[in-house]
Design a protein around this ligand. Sequence first.
Ligand SMILES: Cc1cc2nc3c(=O)[nH]c(=O)nc-3n(C[C@H](O)[C@H](O)[C@H](O)COP(=O)(O)OP(=O)(O)OC[C@H]3O[C@@H](n4cnc5c(N)ncnc54)[C@H](O)[C@@H]3O)c2cc1C
Length: 533
Amino acid sequence: MTIAAPLPTRRAELLARLAEPRNWDLAVVGGGATGLGVALDAAARGLSVLLLESHDFAGGTSSRSTKLLHGGVRYLAQGNLTLVREALHERSTVLRNAPHLASPLSFVMPSYAWWQTPFYGLGLKLYDLLAGRAGLGPTTWLSRAQALAALPNLRAQGLRGGVQYWDAQFDDARLALALARTAARQGALLLNYCAVTQLVHAGGRVAGLRCRDTVSGREHEVQARCVVNATGVWVDALRQQGAAALGRVVPPMLSPSQGVHVVVDRSFLPGSHALLVPRTADGRVLFAVPWLGKLVLGTTDTPRQDLPREPQPLRAELDFILGEAGRYLARAPTPADVLSIWVGLRPLVRLDGAPEQATRRLSREHAVLLDPDGLVTVTGGKWTTYRAMAEDVLARCMHAGLLPHRPAGVSAGLTLEGAAALPDARPLQAAPGPHLYGADAAALGALPGAGHELAPGLSEAMVRFAARHEYALTVEDMLARRSRLLFLDAALAMALAPAVGQILQRETGLDPGVEAFVARAQDGLRWPAEPGA
Ligand SMILES: Cc1cc2nc3c(=O)[nH]c(=O)nc-3n(C[C@H](O)[C@H](O)[C@H](O)COP(=O)(O)OP(=O)(O)OC[C@H]3O[C@@H](n4cnc5c(N)ncnc54)[C@H](O)[C@@H]3O)c2cc1C
């Protein structure tokens, strides 16, 4: 098998392409999972595609998920079997197309009441049935001794047994980058740090957009036959701006909520299994998931009306996560054990807010809306189903005559940049290292600084690779999303910022934003003083 050399992502060249006069088939606004999925699918079908992201790729919700590729045990409980089956199918598509960034993961649900093992066990047998050939392993019922062996720090008092089942996990930000790089390989032009400021209309129809390169401040106007708004929790801003330009008003279509995760040392749950509590004291789900050498605990679901770029956790959310973890772990983590905290905003679709004249597709928890001016908006859903969502969006655009018809299904068999079955492949729960680069590991190893480790699993060459081939401009791009160090150990990430900044600056010639990064990381680690503060 020949491995293609990684493409360069030199900003000056990307901006020069943006400035060329042309009419794109499709312009996608937003470089999270949803927008990147749409861009890749369209480019793979031979359409000319531009994608603009105001911050960094996956800088919004798409780097702040629980990092699970799952059918959704919650949807199973709700009886939404179609959604579960589709997500299980997409789970195996990601495992196949990005094996360096995703791997199966065994979950254990402990039982502390007699009915829990049969109740959850039967439900998960149905999960296995729905997965069919996409199944990753059979659900099994565990005795008390087996549950304790699988989850060594599990609270033993009152434990009766458990259920073990299979799902998968991934590196969300690196998968987003793999989507971006694969779309570029298919001919798409993608730019981060380029905010769409305005839709451009001609005869009452969307005909393009205006954008600002947020590094230089330079403005551009581009023409596109079809514009897709994939700006996550921020979709209403672009819809409302576009409608206002035509003297119309559109009601908001989202009611967002926030989810918090905390990261602690892996010793709180040694072994190779994740812990899932299907119903906590207040009826939520709690995960304790081994990921990249650490343990992720979460999550919460707190309604939130404002949409900050860097949402902060509430003290009550952190107390809830540590409190619930303490009910199930014999040695419980305390605030002093927390290495990192992250907060993501969920784009939850509001059925009542969708405009009547718009075409709605809400059956899969995501919505595709076609506004009267031809703007197509997609939001909601989940990471796992990004590809199915992209197919839905493009079907809608083609049906409305905004894009020429091209058959679907191309992306299902398209391997992503770096995909390769490598001899040193490791599961995602292993500590980070060059194996996460998959087939690009050889190109990485050939860069200056390949043998110079800045921290375990992070080399000087990785910073160079990020600047040359992964669109990285700032220290935050590098330490939050190319490497995941900020998510794994925020204090260590802060300590490394100056060294990483120096390398980046030499590579890009731009200010890498070291001070801003350190200030933000410090803020992110601060424990809120008061409950509810
Ligand atoms: C706490 C939490 C846990 C989750 N866990 C999971 C999980 O384990 N598995 C799973 O499958 N799903 C999970 N999800 C869901 C999943 O993360 C989201 O559905 C998905 O990331 C949404 O992607 P998106 O592209 O729609 O939004 P985003 O990732 O937010 O992307 C939107 C992008 O648009 C950009 N943007 C905004 N305005 C503009 C503009 N004017 N111009 C240009 N760009 C703009 C933003 O900067 C942003 O990058 C979770 C979600 C949350 C909140």
